[in-house]
Ligand binder design. Structure first.
Ligand code: COS
Length: 382
């Protein structure tokens, strides 16, 4: 029983508890052991797939579970309490690109890949075009009924493990982000598509992050996602759609860190005297963690419920991703502080959570970009 169970249906509680058990009993210990080597527990990914977790965003008409965004956020948070990178490896970038721009044939094709355990990755970032996505230089030149793609995409989560990668390239340099970018669905192992080695990252180590090269890669027009020139808007819409889920994972990391900190503070009693949780300096830190987590969770849930009601609110999506990411960073840093020297040691789990949290202020649009989005909407308010 948790604080907000009254808001959940019996099915949602059952699903959440099933994912929680899997996350706590299997994902957490396995990923803690493997993350040092940066290994992805593929056997556990298969187990998650056998539970249907990779199909949560796939609509029922295509054979998936077709969960609403709220229920998805609920279970995503639970899985991320086990390990956030593993969560990302299981879900990939979900169904968003297809939902927003896929045609019927593309939907059937990608659904089939997902039903066979495949995921979709999202490739927008380049070395010179991170926050300024419109500055990308990867090109797609049309020749007959094909496009020839050349360029490099960086920091692509699961880019080498995905069955299909959603790639954005410039089709009209003059127009840039205003009508000059086009999206493509590129299948794994397509000739001319090369995946490099994986980044050696400070955290989020149970998912690979790769560089993708496109070397005169020829791909038929039927793999184009949406219309030519609509790719930039499409990429922004996909990010708006995915940001709340990113926030749900960040809440999961924060909750996990707070749980560790409370358990430690209840049992740590220097000199056999009172446990440190009775010291106000520690108690107030733990109370602040609780307040921040509760607020972040409600924001994530609120924006998910709004999306489920058919309201696209990119301001709220940016608020949720940004706030939850900042909360995860603050809470995990404070959890390390509560554990003191032990918090800084790899023998205890909180330093990993602090390393994992950091990426939530960076990827899917840095938290500075979220503030650019939010303040831009405020500036345009009538
Ligand atoms: N939904 C729909 N359309 C959008 C949009 C959104 N969320 N955001 C921008 N657009 C549209 C604009 O309306 C504009 O359309 P028009 O040409 O019809 O006016 C077009 O896209 C270009 O927008 P803008 O002028 O704002 O483009 P910029 O190049 O200035 O982009 C930001 C600015 C910061 C918003 C953009 O570069 C961005 O979001 N960057 C972050 C990228 C990111 O998240 N990277 C992480 C990669 S994934 S891990």
């Amino acid at each position: 029983m948790t604080d907000f169970d009254f808001m959940l249906t019996e099915d949602q509680i059952g699903l959440r508890d099933m994912v929680r058990k899997f996350a706590q009993e299997k994902v957490k210990p396995t990923c803690r052991a493997l993350e040092r080597e940066g290994e992805v527990p593929e056997d556990l990914v298969k187990e998650a797939n056998s539970m249907g977790l990779n199909l949560v965003s796939l609509p029922e008409e295509y054979g998936g579970l077709g969960l609403d965004k709220f229920t998805y956020a609920l279970i995503r948070e639970q899985l991320a309490q086990g390990d956030a990178a593993f969560t990302s490896r299981v879900f990939g970038f979900g169904w968003s690109p297809l939902k927003i721009a896929g045609n019927d044939k593309q939907k059937e094709w990608v659904a089939d890949l997902m039903l066979n355990g495949g995921i979709l990755a999202f490739a927008l970032t380049e070395s010179q075009a991170g926050s300024n996505a419109g500055a990308m230089v990867t090109t797609a030149r049309k020749e007959g009924d094909e496009y020839i793609i050349n360029g490099t995409k960086n920091f692509i989560t699961s880019g080498g493990d995905a069955a299909v990668v959603c790639v954005f390239a410039v089709t009209d340099k003059e127009k840039g982000s205003k009508g000059g970018v086009t999206g493509f669905l590129v299948p794994k192992d397509w000739p001319g598509f090369i995946v490099s080695g994986h980044e050696d990252k400070m955290g989020f180590r149970c998912a690979h992050t790769s560089t993708l090269f496109f070397d005169d890669m020829r791909i038929p027009s039927k793999y184009r996602l949406g219309e030519e020139g609509e790719g930039f808007k499409l990429a922004m819409k996909i990010l708006d759609d995915s940001r709340p889920a990113c926030g749900a994972s960040a809440v999961g990391i924060a909750q996990s860190a707070m749980d560790e900190a409370i358990t430690y503070a209840q049992t740590r009693a220097p000199g056999g005297k009172k446990p440190i949780i009775m010291n106000q300096g520690i108690g107030f830190m733990l109370a602040d963690m609780e307040i921040q987590i509760q607020a972040a969770r409600q924001l994530v849930w609120g924006v998910c419920k709004s999306a489920d009601a058919g309201i696209v609110n990119k301001k709220l999506a940016a608020c949720a991703k940004c706030f939850a990411g900042d909360v995860a960073m603050k809470v995990t840093t404070d959890a390390v502080q509560v554990l003191g020297g032990n918090g800084y040691s790899r023998e205890y789990p909180v330093e990993k959570l602090m390393r994992d949290a950091k990426i939530y202020q960076i990827f899917e649009g840095t938290n500075q970009i979220q503030r650019v989005v939010i303040s831009g909407i405020q500036a345009a308010r009538k």
